[in-house]
Design a protein around this ligand. Structure first.
Ligand code: B1M
Length: 211
């Protein structure tokens, strides 16, 4: 359906106005909200995610596309909420306690949302208690932690340990990322996964949840 392709192209180009208008038009034309999401908004964001991974576009383009996707999402979300659609997975993300860097974490959240996951973003300076409370209340499948400082990355270990000591240990997977993080560090603190960039984080979540 041409209109869905136009929506995808609009997201790819970061054309917020046309994505909002076309999404609205698609709804009025009776196209299913799930199709608008999957074949329009998410399809466009997937293209940008791949291009970002391949170094063909950079952070500003991703942020602009994500903004366009969100403009469309705001029309589709109320319909999806009423449609009883099975979620691909619930992910709680945040930058760890003591750390205020959120640009990378926001991109990760946007690409994950673009890939069809439900995201609860706890923001920055997030404590172990906040991660655990929200994970418990929302029935999270994945916790995603970001850290940009060598002084705050060590806090990830505390969060992981707290989850491993809790009743959620078999139900929640923990993934980490951020500039100072390596796969060696992720293994050392027993994280379930590490991604060096946002597009890889989406692949990692797909692998961990099998969806
Ligand atoms: Co800060 N800062 N900063 N800073 N800052 C760094 C990180 C630093 C490397 C700069 C430097 O000295 N060269 C340095 C850390 C040194 C270290 O720890 N070894 C540093 C410092 C020291 C500080 C302060 C302590 C400075 C001071 O006040 N003396 C202070 C700390 C404040 C605090 O957090 N408590 C501070 C403050 C700030 C600003 C507020 C000014 C600002 C943050 C604004 C904001 O985020 N809203 C800032 C910025 C912008 C930076 C740099 C310049 C850029 C970071 C960034 O946004 N990169 C940074 C230097 C640098 O990296 N060149 C620096 C772009 C972003 C897209 O990349 O976050 O790596 P990144 O995310 C990537 C991947 O890492 C990955 O995907 C993303 C997209 O591909 N990823 C994940 C990230 N999270 C993930 C989670 C995942 C998976 C992948 O799964 C859940």
């Amino acid at each position: 359906m041409a209109i869905l392709e136009f929506i995808a192209t609009g997201v790819e180009k970061g054309d917020e106005t046309s994505v909002a208008e076309l999404t609205q038009k698609a709804i009025v034309e009776g196209i299913a909200a799930t199709d608008i999401l999957d074949k329009g908004l998410v399809a466009g964001m997937n293209v940008i995610g791949e291009k970002f991974k391949n170094g063909e576009v950079f952070i500003p383009e991703v942020l602009i596309s994500a903004k366009a996707m969100k403009a469309g999402m705001s029309h589709v979300r109320p319909l999806l909420a009423g449609a009883n659609i099975e979620s691909k997975g619930k992910i709680v993300i945040g930058t760890v306690k003591g750390d205020l860097h959120d640009i990378g974490k926001n991109i990760v959240g946007m690409l994950l949302e673009g890939a069809g996951y439900e995201i609860t973003d706890l923001g920055t300076d997030v404590s172990v208690e906040q991660f655990m409370d929200v994970a418990q209340n929302e029935g999270a499948n994945i916790i995603g932690m970001s850290a940009l400082l060598t002084t705050t990355m060590t806090y990830m270990k505390e969060v992981i340990q707290a989850f491993k000591d809790s009743s959620m240990k078999d139900n929640v997977k923990i993934i980490i990322g951020g500039a100072p993080i390596t796969s060696t560090y992720a293994d050392e603190i027993k994280a379930d996964g590490y991604a060096p960039d946002a597009a890889t984080a989406v692949d990692l979540v797909k692998d961990l949840l099998g969806a």
